[in-house]
Design a protein. Structure first.
Length: 538
């Protein structure tokens, strides 16, 4: 025993203790949000686990030495990251019950922190609920003191061993660490019910929850389904030596840390995320194609959920996984991304639904690249300090857009043909008595693009001779009464040149006249003769 103690004690002198870091991730966005510092001892033959040396250090009143050592190395590490201009995420550090209760210990930690000039909110002190054995007052005193120095306080190992709900109510912890170890794969049974109740309760108390000891995808899916945001466990990473964690930190996308996403008051966070809730049922079955995503206020849109109709609307045989992995902004060119971001900002400011249309290029393994136009109706449903959750109802309007573009091209061609064929044409709207002339009418007759109270302006402009005015007025009455077609030879323009004038009426689905299309073409003498004959005028 003495040999072992010697190893432990000498470890401090010979720098045999090492700090490992186990990363913590946001389950929904996959972002790195923090890490826990865990002690390791380089033994004579192999690495000795804290499960072995911690109880012995505790028994021999040496645990304070270890805790302050690990705390100092974490401060040193954060200070180095700051110097190297690497994004900083908080580090959780374990504090034994004995240290927490020792006079002057927390002050000592604060001195170390000051020495390295580390922001105290980057340091999260983990204390286990066993502190409650010292009495409620002691627990409150310790947490208050840690808060006084600006540290964040985590309640460690909640759910294992002796869990008191009272301690949550009475002591002001900032973050709850939930031990999944006791679940033993019992997600579907009582264990799952207990965990989801704890997460729900933490939400009510506005405490973020970090699930610990998460090993399987099934467990992650379950934690997501009950709205638990953060995970630390082998599923993502084992504890890493400092240099490996440094590399990881350097490469990771850094997420938000403590902020707890506040959903809109009308949305219940539990049922919103739950796979079996009514909200989810509505999202999947009754709503149209829709997507829920997280926006960082800058360039990252992380998809949290898509519904089945969304997958169908986007098509391309893409899986939910593919769609969730895509940063929507990356599918757009600079201009479209700008429009989309502006719409998000507008939705943040207004709190109302905002609409935009953006072209995107999506890639799938089976269909390659496809360009599509998506109309999005976006509303903000949740918000934290620097992150937002949005719901977007979408429609793939690529077909409509293409048709419209084809229509425009068609119109252009039509105009050229009309020009060549010497035709004047115009569109008359029955309900408003508005007339829209063709380009040629505007150019040759000096007409504006829109004439109201038609046909009166045609007489005022002298295009129609006054002796034809009553007839031409009557045509418009007939059109309003539903006549399908009208035609006559009328001498038009200042030169009173004979034109063949025709109208064809367009009707809506109930047979009501909406528009009439008028045209005037030059006629030859032969045309006039045949027209007069056809109409029994000669
Ligand atoms: P803990 O605070 O609950 O730390 C989490 C432990 O769970 C770590 O064990 C970690 O390696 C392990 N773990 C992480 N993910 C998984 C997983 O997915 N599955 C399983 N089965 N285990 C996982 P570790 O590093 O052996 O530490 C054991 C305990 O020793 C810690 O439990 C903590 O209570 C204590 N400890 C470690 N370092 C320190 C320290 O610096 N000071 C004090 N006072 N206690 C420490
Ligand atoms: Ca811990
Ligand atoms: Ca723990």
């Amino acid at each position: 025993m003495n040999d072992i103690l010697e190893i432990f004690e000498n470890g401090f002198i010979n720098n045999k203790y090492e700090t490992y870091y186990q990363p913590q991730y946001n389950n929904f966005t996959g972002m790195l949000v923090g890490a826990e510092a865990l002690a390791r001892l380089n033994g004579p033959d192999s690495m000795i686990s804290p499960g072995v040396f911690i109880p012995i250090l505790e028994q021999n009143k040496m645990i304070g030495k270890l805790d302050s050592y690990i705390f100092e190395s974490a401060c040193q590490f954060l200070s180095k990251c700051k110097q190297d201009n690497i994004h900083l995420v908080p580090i959780s550090i374990n504090l034994s019950r004995d240290d927490a209760c020792e006079d002057g210990f927390i002050e000592k930690l604060n001195d170390i922190r000051q020495k390295y000039d580390v922001d105290p909110t980057l340091l999260r002190i983990e204390i286990t609920e066993s502190i409650a054995f010292e009495g409620k007052e002691k627990a409150i005193e310790v947490v208050d003191k840690l808060h006084k120095y600006g540290f964040i306080v985590e309640l460690d190992d909640f759910g294992s061993g002796y869990s008191s709900l009272n301690i949550l109510k009475d002591v002001d912890y900032d973050i709850l660490k939930l031990d999944m170890g006791f679940l033993n794969d019992d997600i579907k049974g009582k264990g799952g019910t207990i965990i989801s109740s704890i997460v729900r309760m933490a939400k009510w108390l506005k405490m973020p929850v970090i699930a610990e000891g998460v090993e399987t995808k099934e467990q992650v899916d379950f934690m997501k389904s009950i709205g638990c945001e953060y995970t630390q466990g082998y599923i993502y990473s084992k504890p890493l030596p400092e240099k490996d964690y440094y590399t990881l930190l350097n490469q990771s996308i850094i997420g938000l840390t403590t902020s707890n996403m506040q959903l809109k008051d009308s949305i219940n966070p539990i049922s919103f995320w739950s796979e079996k809730s009514l909200d989810t049922l509505v999202f999947n079955a009754y709503a149209g194609p829709a997507i829920v995503f997280n926006y960082d206020g800058d360039d990252t849109v992380e998809v949290l959920r898509v519904n089945k109709k969304y997958i169908k609307e986007i098509g391309m045989n893409m899986s939910e996984e593919d769609l969730v992995k895509t940063n929507i902004l990356d599918t757009m060119d600079g201009e479209a991304a700008q429009i989309y971001k502006e719409t998000l900002q507008k939705a943040i400011r207004s709190g109302e639904e905002e609409e935009c249309e953006t072209w995107r290029t999506l890639s799938s393994s089976c269909c390659g690249n496809e360009v599509m136009c998506i109309r999005s109706n976006i509303i903000m449903i949740g918000k934290s300090e620097n992150e937002y959750i949005f719901h977007a109802a979408i429609r793939n309007i690529t077909g409509e857009k293409r048709k419209m573009a084809e229509g425009e091209a068609y119109e252009e061609k039509f105009r050229n043909v009309i020009e060549q064929a010497n035709i004047y044409y115009w569109e008359y709207t029955v309900a408003t008595k508005e007339m829209r002339p063709c380009f040629r009418c505007m150019r040759d007759l000096g007409l504006p693009p829109l004439l109201t109270n038609y046909p009166e302006p045609a007489f005022e402009a002298g295009i129609f001779p006054l002796d034809y005015a009553d007839m031409y007025r009557d045509w418009h009455k007939q059109i309003a009464n539903g006549v399908k077609h009208l035609e006559a030879v009328i001498p038009l323009t200042a030169g009173r040149v004979p034109f063949f004038v025709r109208y064809d009426t367009e009707f809506d689905e109930l047979g009501r006249p909406i528009k009439a299309y008028g045209s005037a073409t030059f006629v030859t003498d032969a045309d006039i003769e045949s027209y007069l004959k056809k109409n029994n005028k000669i």
